[in-house]
Ligand binder design. Structure first.
Ligand SMILES: Cc1cc2nc3c(=O)[nH]c(=O)nc-3n(C[C@H](O)[C@H](O)[C@H](O)COP(=O)(O)OP(=O)(O)OC[C@H]3O[C@@H](n4cnc5c(N)ncnc54)[C@H](O)[C@@H]3O)c2cc1C
Length: 422
C-alpha cells in the first residue's frame, strides 16, 4: 500500500530499480528443520498488484531526494535537531539546538518513536489543561505521564548487514522460529539484512540501551542458530558483518496525535509496530496520505471562503492559510480515520512476533500447524484484502493506476480533469 502512494508521486520506476521483490519466507526452527514456507508476499501481489519489496533505508532516502524538484530541496534543512516547539497567535515556532528557528502554520512530527515533537506537544497540552482547569491539576499530570512513555518494549533487535554469501540468492527471505528468539533475513542485490529479535526477561516502558559490548554474550549464546535450510548460521552472518547495531522493538499507539491545530504526529511518532509484519513504514506512508488529504481540504475551503469568486483549482488553494480550528478538525478526522486500523495492525504485528517465538503453546501450535498451510495463508490475505483495498490515495494528485491486482482499489486515483473539480 505504501508503493501505490509513492507511485502517485512518480517514484515507482526508481523504487523498482533500487529494490527486490519478495516471493516467500522460507521458515525453519532452531534446529534448522523446515516448518513450511509462508507465501504472503506472493498472495498480496496477486490480490493487490505488487509484491512487497526489500529496499534499504539509504536507497529509499536517495530515491526521495533525487525526485524532489530543486525548488523543494531548498526548503530542506538537514542536520537539525528540534529542541522546542511553541505556539503563537497565528502559528507555531520550532527551535533547533543550533539556535535556528522556523515559523509556520503547523508542525508535522515525523521524528520517530522517541519523537521530540510529541514530547513538546504533550507539554503544550498539559500547560493548556492546567491553565483551563487549575482544580484538575493532578489528573492532568497523570494523563501526561501515561503518554510520556507510550510504547511497551518486549523484544530487542540486533540487525546485521553482511555481503550476499554463496549460500544466499537475491530475493530470498528466511525466518527462524523458536523459543525466545526469532530471525528475519532478506537478501537484496547488494547485501543481506538480518534482523534478530530476542525476547526480554519482562516487557518494559523504560528499556535499556544496548551497545557493542552486548554483542559478545549474545553471540556466545546464539551463534549456532541456523538462518537458512543450508545451515548458514547467525555466527557466520555476524562474522561477515559490514554494519550492525542494537535497537529496542517498542510497540503501541499514542492516544492523542495532535494539539490545537498546530502540532500533529505521523509514523512511528504516533504508533510503533514490531517489524515482523513489515508494516511500520507502510502505515507511516498511509498516515501522510490521509493527513495531507485533510490539510489540502482545509486549505481548499479556506481559499474558497476568503475569495469565493475564485475557482478552487490546485494552484489557488495554497494561498490562504486555514485557521487553527479548521486544521484541528482536519487533524481529528485524520486520527479518527487511522486510529483503529493502526491499533489493529499493531496487535497483528505483535502477535506475529510472539507466534515466531512460540510465546505460548497455542501460538506454537498456530505457527507450526496452521500458519504453515498455504490455503490458510491465502485465506488470511483474502481476509485482509478488503481493508487493504480501502487504503486511501492522494486525492489531489492526478494520474493513472499503476498497481492493479485482482482486488480493485476502493479509493480511485483522480484523473487529471477531476482534480480541483467540485
Ligand atoms: C528491524 C526493523 C525492520 C523493519 N522492517 C520494516 C519493513 O519491512 N517494512 C515496513 O514497512 N517497516 C519496517 N520497519 C519499520 C520502519 O522502519 C518504521 O516504521 C519507519 O522507519 C518509521 O518512519 P518514521 O519516519 O516515522 O520514523 P524514523 O524512521 O524513526 O525517522 C525519524 C527521523 O526523525 C529524526 N529525528 C528524531 N529526533 C529528531 C529531532 N529532535 N530533531 C530532528 N530530527 C529528529 C531521526 O533522525 C530520523 O531521521 C522496520 C523497523 C525495524 C526496527
Amino acid at each position: 500500500m505504501g508503493l501505490r502512494a509513492l507511485g502517485q508521486l512518480g517514484l515507482l520506476p526508481d523504487l523498482e530499480k533500487g529494490s527486490t521483490p519478495l516471493e516467500k519466507f522460507q521458515r525453519i526452527d532452531h534446529q534448522g528443520r523446515d516448518i513450511g514456507d509462508a507465501w504472503f508476499f506472493t498472495f498480496v501481489g496477486e490480490s493487490h498488484g505488487a509484491r512487497p519489496r526489500v529496499i534499504s533505508r539509504h536507497t529509499l532516502m536517495q530515491v526521495f531526494w533525487n525526485n524532489l524538484p530543486v525548488s523543494a530541496r531548498a526548503h530542506i534543512h538537514s542536520n537539525k535537531k528540534v529542541s522546542n516547539v511553541r505556539t503563537t497567535s497565528n502559528g507555531v515556532v520550532v527551535s533547533c539546538t543550533d539556535g535556528t528557528s522556523y515559523e509556520g502554520a503547523m508542525v508535522i512530527g515525523a521524528d520517530g518513536a522517541y519523537s521530540a515533537v510529541r514530547k513538546h506537544m504533550q507539554r503544550l497540552a498539559l500547560e493548556e489543561q492546567q491553565k483551563n482547569a487549575q482544580s484538575s491539576e493532578s489528573p492532568a499530570k497523570q494523563n501526561h505521564a501515561d503518554e510520556e512513555k507510550p510504547f511497551l518494549t518486549s523484544y530487542r533487535c540486533l540487525w546485521i548487514r553482511f555481503p550476499v554469501l554463496p549460500q544466499l540468492t537475491i530475493g530470498d527471505a528466511f525466518e527462524t522460529h523458536g523459543p525466545l528468539i526469532t530471525t528475519q533475513l532478506f537478501v537484496d542485490e547488494d547485501s543481506a539484512l538480518l534482523n534478530v529479535y530476542e525476547k526480554l526477561p519482562s516487557p518494559t516502558y523504560t528499556p535499556q540501551r544496548w551497545t557493542e559490548a552486548d554483542d559478545d554474550p549474545f553471540m556466545d549464546k546464539w551463534r549456532h542458530l541456523p538462518l537458512t535450510r543450508n545451515k548458514l548460521t547467525l555466527g557466520q552472518a555476524y562474522d561477515h558483518r559490514v554494519a550492525a547495531g542494537w535497537i529496542n522493538l517498542e510497540e503501541g499507539v499514542v492516544r492523542k496525535w495532535s494539539f490545537g491545530g498546530r502540532v500533529v504526529l505521523v509514523g512511528d511518532a504516533a504508533h510503533k509496530y514490531t517489524p515482523s509484519s513489515g508494516m511500520g513504514c507502510n502505515e507511516g506512508i498511509v498516515d501522510v496520505v490521509v493527513l495531507t488529504n485533510e490539510i489540502a481540504r482545509a486549505f481548499s475551503s479556506a481559499s474558497r471562503s476568503s475569495s469565493p469568486s475564485e475557482d478552487s483549482s490546485a494552484t489557488t488553494t495554497i494561498n490562504t492559510v486555514p485557521s487553527a480550528v479548521a486544521l484541528a478538525t482536519g487533524f481529528k478526522t485524520y486520527q479518527n480515520t487511522r486510529f483503529d486500523l493502526v491499533s489493529y495492525g499493531c496487535m497483528v504485528s505483535g502477535t506475529a512476533t510472539n507466534a515466531s517465538t512460540w510465546s505460548s503453546l497455542f501460538l506454537k501450535f498456530f505457527d507450526l500447524w496452521i500458519l504453515s498451510m498455504k490455503p490458510i495463508q491465502r485465506f488470511f490475505v483474502h481476509l485482509g484484502a478488503k481493508d487493504m483495498a480501502r487504503t486511501p490515495c492522494f486525492e489531489f494528485i492526478e494520474g493513472e493506476e499503476l498497481i492493479v491486482g485482482k482486488v480493485p482499489w476502493t479509493s480511485k486515483i483522480p484523473k487529471r480533469a477531476e482534480v480541483g473539480a467540485e
